[in-house]
Ligand binder design. Structure first.
Ligand SMILES: [Zn+2]
Ligand SMILES: [Zn+2]
Length: 257
């Protein structure tokens, strides 16, 4: 059985393909279920790389229309990939109360530092902030708003070797996932980024081998996420490689969220 709950569409501005294009790609590739999870818009500010708030309803309606059109062929779920900022708690709740929105998945593309300043995860130049990233992710796990953590090791984009700050962050994330029974995602899009020189090592930005070795020894539920930004990539070599890696190594891989 094939499923994917981490799927973008052209509304975010850095992806190609409409909702329907992804649904068709899913059917063509023999998927049983597909969940759309484009980057969530926030009501009062556009944090970048996402649709405008005004498009939210159209996006949700598009998914509902596709669900109706293809109801005999594939199961379609609607959702968003969202960051976690506590000031939006009522907004997350409002989204989840909307009949058209089935789920939220957590992607910590930015988070709040102790001084209240927003930190983008891609722009971290002090690796001690990875610990804060992990703490904020665990705070989000506690809320119950999110079904799983996308690319938990997104901090791997930093230009560092896998140092003690990374390892501390991994411990916090893993302890959180165990404590809250939270699902972690093995993200195929990190593999698509290819091997880069980061710090003094040649490695994928994410998934990070050290992190997944630690997860292997737990019974944390894991899921493969295509995180495709192009319908052609939904079930590409990197998604297949992700599934194969998780299954060969005996992870507790799940299909539904
Ligand atoms: Zn994206
Ligand atoms: Zn994503």
């Amino acid at each position: 059985m094939l499923t994917n709950y981490h799927t973008h569409c052209c509304r975010c501005g850095h992806a190609g393909g409409s909702v329907e294009d992804y649904v068709v790609a899913a059917m063509d590739n023999g998927f049983d279920k597909i969940g759309m999870s484009d980057h969530v818009p926030y009501p009062d500010f556009n944090y970048g790389a996402r649709m405008n708030y005004e498009e939210k309803d159209v996006y949700l309606d598009e998914i509902i229309a596709a669900r109706e059109k293809y109801k005999d062929k594939i199961q379609i779920f609607s959702g968003f990939e969202a960051e976690y900022l506590p000031q939006y708690n009522s907004y997350y709740e409002e989204l989840l109360k909307d009949d058209r929105c089935d789920y939220l998945i957590l992607g910590v593309h930015f988070f709040e530092k102790d001084d209240g300043i927003l930190q983008y995860t891609y722009d971290i130049y002090d690796s001690s902030l990875y610990i804060k990233y992990a703490e904020r992710a665990v705070e989000a796990m506690k809320t119950g708003y999110f079904k799983y953590l996308c690319h938990p090791d997104l901090i791997g984009v930093g230009d560092f070797d896998i140092n003690d700050d990374y390892k501390r962050a991994f411990d916090i994330l893993i302890d959180g996932a165990v404590k809250y029974g939270f699902i972690l995602e093995y993200n195929a899009n990190g593999l698509r980024r290819g091997i880069n020189r980061l710090g003094n090592s040649e490695r994928y930005p994410y998934p990070i081998g050290e992190f997944w070795n630690m997860i292997k020894d737990t019974d944390i539920k894991v899921i493969a996420g295509s995180d495709c930004h192009n319908p052609k990539l939904l079930y590409d070599e990197y998604m297949k490689k992700s599934l194969e890696f998780l299954d060969k190594a005996g992870f507790n891989r799940i299909l539904d969220i």
